[in-house]
Write a protein that binds this ligand. Structure first.
Ligand code: FAD
Length: 265
């Protein structure tokens, strides 16, 4: 049976992102008023795992690192059809950058045990560094393919996948176990079903903190982060509207002149 791990991130609901503010003192994002939702590309990662479960018979484990409310997105993935869910949650994990996040998730995956493929979204909708997937692979010392947009062929201990790149794609044959970060082109995620929600009620979410993972404080969270966001500023957008009048030719001429004066062309 194929053993799949899907890493899913709880992100501030993009539809309510306007409510996110910057704490003037700590210079960190204040997002407690914004509900957490399942990261968009992680829905594609979940869908890929569910389709493999239908095609090849697979066991799906969902893993998330986040504050206790992130448990809801793990529950959502269980309702979609995942078999087991784990939430890595601990004050000590707070303020983690991509490096510390990937390290903690890699330790969580090692603790889960056997895995053949680890699916991640290509990027989150908030930090969007695209670094977590590749860094998990580095910590687990396994290969990674990023921007996967098609699963082409399944060999015994290798897969062939199509991965996006500028103006084209790469056809990559990768040895398992491996990390695959997926793009939105890979599939169309299914929506939650009522029966799935009912079934998920019986499925437990195991919560692991720093002690259960046996990690040192200085290796996780802000203490374990080599990068610190020293300042965060919001840029006030200055949009002005100007109506250009005259004949079509006159309007075109004026527009070209204004764009040239503004140094745009
Ligand atoms: C505006 C902003 C700028 C930032 N800039 C930086 C920076 O320059 N350098 C830096 O190191 N950190 C930065 N961070 C912090 C970084 O976003 C967080 O550490 C974050 O948890 C991980 O990075 P990401 O969201 O960019 O991950 P990405 O690499 O974009 O996420 C890709 C995938 O990794 C998996 N994943 C990511 N986080 C989790 C999680 N918590 N649980 C489970 N799966 C997960 C998901 O599958 C996700 O789709 C920034 C955060 C913000 C909000």
């Amino acid at each position: 049976m194929l053993k799949i791990v899907v890493c899913v991130k709880a992100v501030p609901d993009p539809k309510e992102a306007h409510k996110i503010k910057i704490d003037p003192v700590t210079k960190t994002l204040m997002r407690s008023d914004v509900p957490l939702v399942l990261n968009l590309m992680d829905k594609n990662a979940m869908e890929a795992a569910l389709q493999l479960k239908e095609q090849l018979d697979a066991h799906i484990t969902v893993l998330s690192m986040g504050p206790p409310p992130a448990g809801n997105i793990v529950k959502e993935c269980l309702a979609l059809g995942a078999d087991h869910g784990y939430l890595l949650t601990d004050q000590a994990f707070g303020g983690a950058d991509a490096f510390a996040t990937a390290y903690t998730l890699a330790k969580g995956i090692e603790q889960i045990g056997e895995y053949d493929v680890v699916f991640c979204g290509m990027a989150s909708s908030d930090g969007s560094t695209e670094w977590v997937g590749p860094q998990i692979a580095t910590f687990l010392k396994i290969p990674v393919v990023t921007r996967v947009k098609e699963l082409v062929e399944f060999g015994d201990r290798w897969w062939k996948v199509k991965a996006g790149m500028e103006n084209g794609y790469r056809l990559v044959q990768v040895k398992l176990p491996a990390v695959l970060t997926v793009s939105r082109e890979l599939n169309t995620p299914r929506t939650l079903s009522f029966s799935g929600i009912i079934k998920a009620r019986k499925k437990e979410i195991a919560e692991w903190g720093i002690n259960q993972l046996g990690l040192l404080e200085e290796t996780v969270g802000q203490k374990g982060s080599p990068t610190i966001v020293s300042n965060l500023d919001s840029i006030a957008s200055r949009r002005t509207v100007e109506i250009i009048s005259g004949t079509r030719e006159e309007k075109a001429e004026q527009l070209v002149k204004k764009l040239a004066d503004a140094g745009v062309i």
